[in-house]
Design a protein. Structure first.
Length: 140
C-alpha cells in the first residue's frame, strides 16, 4: 500500500495543498479513503495540532477528485479544552469537489457498549429496559 510522499501536505493555517498520488486512482477519480486521509492530515497539521486524536470524520464527495493538487480551505468553528471541530472544502480547477468535517479530542470515561447488551451503566428506572437484555438469537 503506497501513501503520498512525506511532506505532500503543506500550507498556512486556513489553506492547505494536498497532492493526490496517481497510484490511488480508480475508475472515475482518486480513491475516497486516500482523499479523506489527505484532508484529515491537512486538518491535523494545520488546524488542530497533533495532541488531539480524531474522534469523527465525514467526507462528502461532490465530484470525482482527480490526481494532482487538491486545494483545501480549512475552518475551525470550535476549539475548546477537550475537543476541536474543523470543516474543510476541497477544490480542483476552481470547482468544489469535496467537503466535510472532523472532531478531534481525547476520549473520557463513560458508559460502555459491548455490541451485545444494553449500555452497562444505563438507568434501570424503566421496567421495559434491563441492563442484562441481550439481542434475540438467530434461527436457521
Amino acid at each position: 500500500m503506497r501513501a503520498s510522499p512525506p511532506g505532500s501536505t503543506h500550507a498556512t493555517d486556513e489553506e492547505a495543498l494536498a497532492r493526490i498520488d496517481p497510484l490511488w486512482r480508480s475508475w472515475a477519480g482518486a480513491h475516497g479513503g486516500h482523499v479523506a486521509a489527505a484532508a484529515l492530515t491537512a486538518m491535523r497539521e494545520r488546524a488542530v495540532g497533533e495532541g488531539r486524536p480524531v474522534r469523527a470524520l465525514t467526507a462528502h464527495f461532490l465530484a470525482p477528485v482527480d490526481t494532482g493538487p487538491l486545494h483545501l480551505s480549512l475552518a475551525r468553528p470550535s476549539v475548546g479544552r477537550r475537543a476541536a471541530t474543523c470543516a474543510f472544502t476541497g477544490h480542483q480547477d476552481g470547482a468544489a469537489v469535496l467537503m466535510g468535517s472532523a472532531v478531534f479530542g481525547r476520549g473520557r470515561r463513560g458508559p460502555r457498549y459491548d455490541g451485545r447488551s444494553v449500555i452497562q451503566d444505563a438507568p434501570t428506572e424503566h421496567a421495559s429496559v434491563s441492563a442484562t437484555t441481550t439481542p434475540p438469537q438467530e434461527t436457521l
